[in-house]
Design a binder for this molecule. Structure first.
Ligand SMILES: Cc1cc2nc3c(=O)[nH]c(=O)nc-3n(C[C@H](O)[C@H](O)[C@H](O)COP(=O)(O)O)c2cc1C
Length: 338
């Protein structure tokens, strides 16, 4: 783990806000990272989660994003699970890899995960989290980070979680400012992310609904966080990290034109759809991304893209909406913020 450690320290020592690409299962994979890096890129990348059970071994495709990291930036490996011996074993295996830190997922809202008391489900059982963090802290000699939501049902759970993160000397905490039951609905509680940033001795990354440089500025100002983690906003707008850097250094923000967005969608197809993949599978995979991108284009595009069935119809639709030279902010129209 030591090789990249200094790069994370270096990142945290610089005065600029740390900009991380969020982990997104089946979305932010190795090909997607390669594409992101070409469009300006994040400062820090989180892997999709490694599922950890008594019989698990490291997923080869996720591992490849570490061993073949194409970004030139530090990588944090994320684990999800609740079985302490398995988590400790996996953390030891990951420690041999060129990673900057090991992260524990305390936020996944998928019922199939939380019903097994993993991811966001652990937020219903704080003594169990205490035990897991203690065991992992003891076994991880490098950096150990956590990505959490505010709580399972109640936002106030964060108040009891923060002392646990401090007790176990977590090195960096990312807070997605919603509860598990909120899934992706509802405003982001900047005030509660701010409480984490004030309470914890370690850096905090604020996460949730950051789609524009202005969102980035508001989130940092409202929370006092050390940096930002961006997921869907980066799929929608791969220029977002560059735009935020432009904004914070007082330069004009470069917005892409419709044609540049069209080129991005072509690039995405070429990058994330393996040539050996059947067209139908490729189109299904593209729809995952287009669902986020469409929110930044318009409602008609979004509605239609969910129904395309071939590569030709996908790109005909994209040309219809994007073959123009007007600048696009690529932000969804309404996002609530407390
Ligand atoms: C399709 C999808 C997959 C996700 N997979 C993960 C994951 O593997 N690990 C994780 O910690 N969070 C995961 N998340 C949550 C994101 O990392 C992030 O916290 C959430 O999308 C809010 O940030 P955003 O508004 O910038 O997208 C996922 C979210 C989505 C939409």
């Amino acid at each position: 783990m030591t090789t990249s450690l200094s790069s994370l320290d270096h990142l945290l020592a610089s005065p600029a806000p740390v900009l991380a690409l969020a982990p997104m299962q089946d979305v932010t994979d190795l090909p997607f990272w390669r594409l992101m890096a070409r469009y300006g890129g994040a400062d820090l990348y989180y892997t999709e989660y490694f599922r950890v059970t008594p019989t698990s071994c490291l997923d080869k495709q996720i591992l490849a994003s570490i061993t073949q990291n194409p970004t030139g930036r530090p990588v944090i490996a994320q684990m999800i699970g609740n079985d302490i011996p398995s988590l400790v074993r996996t953390a030891r295996e990951l420690s041999n890899q060129p990673i900057a830190a090991i992260d524990l997922n305390l936020g996944c809202p998928a019922p199939v995960v939380y019903r097994k008391c993993a991811g966001g489900g652990l937020l219903r059982d704080l003594p169990r989290i205490d035990g897991i963090l203690g065991a992992l802290r003891e076994s991880i000699s490098g950096k150990f980070t956590v990505k959490t939501r505010l709580g399972f049902e109640s936002e106030r759970t964060i108040e009891a979680l923060l002392p646990l993160f401090a007790k176990h000397k977590i090195d960096l905490v990312t807070v997605h400012g919603r509860t598990v039951l909120q899934m992706y609905q509802g405003g982001i509680r900047h005030d509660l992310i701010g409480m984490a940033a004030t309470f914890l001795p370690c850096p905090v990354l604020a996460n949730g609904n950051i789609s524009t440089p202005s969102d980035a500025e508001t989130t940092l100002a409202n929370t006092g966080a050390r940096g930002l983690m961006i997921g869907r906003g980066a799929v929608r707008n791969p220029w977002i990290f560059s735009q935020i850097r432009e904004h914070f250094t007082g330069r004009p923000i470069t917005l892409p034109t419709g044609r540049q967005v069209l080129d991005y969608i072509h690039d995405l197809y070429e990058t994330v759809c393996d040539p050996s993949m059947a067209e139908f599978k490729g189109v299904q995979k593209m729809k995952k991304y287009a669902n986020f991108i469409g929110e930044g284009i318009n409602r008609d595009f979004l509605h239609a893209v969910r129904r395309v069935e071939s590569k030709d119809s996908l790109f005909a639709l994209c040309r219809e909406h994007l073959e123009h030279g007007k600048a696009l902010a690529l932000a969804p129209s309404a996002q609530g913020i407390f």
